[in-house]
Design a protein around this ligand. Structure first.
Ligand code: SF4
Length: 374
């Protein structure tokens, strides 16, 4: 089983913290769609004809694309790949793009899961982030999605903003829970180089993030969401029973995926490919019938390190038996040894053959994983 990721590289305006690949030049949308349709045809062999069980429109802002383009892209995917009988087809959408007619058309086109970029229910935070929607639009978007028959939807929230007090964060969580989404993703605000936010902090126009506050808000998020019936199945992801994101889970399970569109990454089990991060050059290459990408082969050590990094982020944890089976018993024993100090400091819990991060360990997930690398 495999997945397909479709990167839609357009946004109405730039959120101040964002370092994803996108352009605010919406004039290229039609050419982009034509190029993407060509890329689909050129990449039919990449997944080795495995059945595709998840399709994910990410971005950028896929909800900005005309519905006809979404329909054409899905038709092309169905024509060129073998799709399972019960695929998860997700679309990232922003509240300001969500009205009842568009939601109905997405449903008819086959979208069966929405990931809604709410981020906060406070207008001052949304303005500070330079989001294109307000709090009222976020609530209305969710209500309209439910009315249109979307039962499976996720809300994205961001914590750790300088002006986000603990009280406001708790209120955001409570408000999100009251809308009854099947899934909630909570992301820590990170300061990425070259973003507007980075420059604002450098020039002291805004405060920097406070790691202690972020840690506190992360732990409150776990507490409130778990007590509301959400399983914390990955560092940033919470789901009602049976409602985990199948697409994102497939990344953490090292399944194959094909990424199409500018800047999209692909993985076929042994190597990675990534498309050029430039909309105009992407379109130009595809229109001339050429793929424009780079690639790398992954050595066993790279694959093991990736497994350490991704598995520790999940509720299943790192399986020493799997490491032994796939990479050799020596590696498994060595990992077991290296993990001892984290077990002693209660950052990792050992459950049979599994090493699982505790909540306090999750605060240092990336650092702990990196310290276990080969
Ligand atoms: S809408 Fe999403 S992709 Fe676009 S700038 Fe904002 S955070 Fe980035």
């Amino acid at each position: 089983m495999a997945g397909i990721y479709i990167h839609v590289p357009f946004c109405k305006q730039a959120c101040n913290y964002c370092n994803f690949h996108f352009s605010t030049n919406l004039g290229l949308q039609n050419d982009f769609t034509a190029a993407l349709l060509k890329e689909i045809e050129l990449r039919i062999t990449y997944l080795g004809y495995e059945t595709v069980e998840t399709i994910y429109f990410g971005g950028g802002t896929p909800s900005l694309l005309p519905v006809s383009a979404i329909r054409n892209i899905l038709d092309a995917v169905y024509r060129n790949f073998s799709i399972s009988a019960d695929p998860e087809i997700s679309l990232e959408s922003n509240p300001d793009d969500m009205d009842s007619s568009r939601l109905k058309a997405w449903k008819e086109a086959g979208i069966n899961r929405l990931s809604i970029g709410v981020q906060s229910f406070f207008n001052d935070d949304l303005i500070w982030m330079n989001r294109a929607h307000n709090a009222q639009q976020a609530v209305m978007a969710v209500e309209q999605a439910v009315n249109a028959g979307f039962e499976n939807f996720s809300l994205d929230l961001i914590y750790g903003l300088p002006a986000l007090t603990d009280e406001k964060w708790n209120e955001n969580l409570r408000k999100a829970i009251s809308l009854n989404p099947s899934h909630i993703s909570c992301y820590a605000l990170t300061i990425e180089a070259k973003t507007a936010l980075y420059k604002m902090i450098q020039s002291k126009k805004t405060e920097d993030v406070q790691p202690e506050k972020q840690a506190r808000q992360f732990l409150t998020g776990i507490q409130l969401l778990e007590s509301a019936g959400y399983e914390h199945y990955e560092i940033s992801s919470f789901a009602k029973p049976g409602k985990r994101s199948r697409h994102n889970s497939s990344y953490w399970q090292s399944k194959k995926y094909l990424g199409i569109g500018p800047a999209a990454h692909s993985f076929d089990g042994t190597g990675r490919q990534w498309n050029i991060s430039n909309n105009a050059l992407y379109i130009k290459s595809l229109m001339a019938g050429n793929l424009n990408m780079e690639s790398e082969n992954l050595l066993p050590g790279d694959l093991l390190n990736e497994y350490i990094m991704t598995s520790l982020r999940t509720i299943e944890g790192l399986d020493l038996q799997k490491v032994s089976d796939q990479f050799g018993n020596e590696k498994s024993l060595s990992l077991e040894n290296m993990a001892k100090k984290y077990i002693q400091s209660k950052k990792i819990e050992r459950k049979k053959e599994k090493l699982i991060l505790t909540n306090s360990g999750k605060l240092f997930a990336d650092g702990i994983a990196a310290s276990l690398f080969f």
